[in-house]
Ligand binder design. Structure first.
Ligand code: FES
Ligand code: FES
Length: 162
């Protein structure tokens, strides 16, 4: 049996160790935010964060993930208490059909975690592996900028309270 740490919780996995994480998330753990798009590492819909890096869960077998820290969109907030990135995507109405959005959010979150001052160019470069068939790219970019501003304000606020 494989044990994974997902969104801060230890989870025992029944699926065979070579099963891609995406299938385990959706079929075994009812964590349905990550989406099945291509299943080939070519669209970004299934993206989650592992040890701070955005990865394609559709091509990553669970046996490679024991002892690592996995975050899915569910780990960033909930419908009642969305996190800064989720709030920004809502505020900018960045989703049209929404299918690409969980993956976009996870990669953007990983980027801002390591570089809160990411430029538009680096945001665009980072999101290259992600396809959006609805063409909401400009709204997605605005949402990520908005989230970056909110995260910076929060960090500055925390510093002044120390
Ligand atoms: Fe994983 Fe497309 S479903 S990259
Ligand atoms: Fe529909 Fe991106 S919002 S694919």
């Amino acid at each position: 049996m494989t044990t994974l740490t997902i969104n801060g919780e230890s989870r025992s996995i029944k699926a065979s160790p070579d099963t891609p994480l995406l299938y385990v998330l959706r079929d075994e753990l009812a964590l349905n935010a990550a989406k099945y798009g291509c299943g080939l590492g070519q669209c970004g819909a299934c993206t989650v964060i592992v040890d701070g890096k955005a990865i394609f869960s559709c091509i990553t077998p669970v046996m490679l993930l024991e002892g690592r820290t996995i975050t899915t969109l569910e780990g960033l907030g909930s419908p009642d208490a969305p996190g800064p990135m989720q709030r920004a995507f809502l505020a900018e109405q960045a989703a049209q059909c929404g299918y690409c959005i969980p993956g976009m959010i996870m990669r953007a979150q990983a980027l801002l975690n390591r570089d809160p001052h990411a430029t538009d160019e680096s945001i665009k470069g980072e999101l290259q592996p992600h396809l959006c068939r609805c063409g909401t790219h400009m709204r997605i970019l605005r949402a990520i900028r908005r989230a970056a501003e909110e995260m910076k304000l929060k960090t500055a606020d925390a510093r002044t309270r120390r």
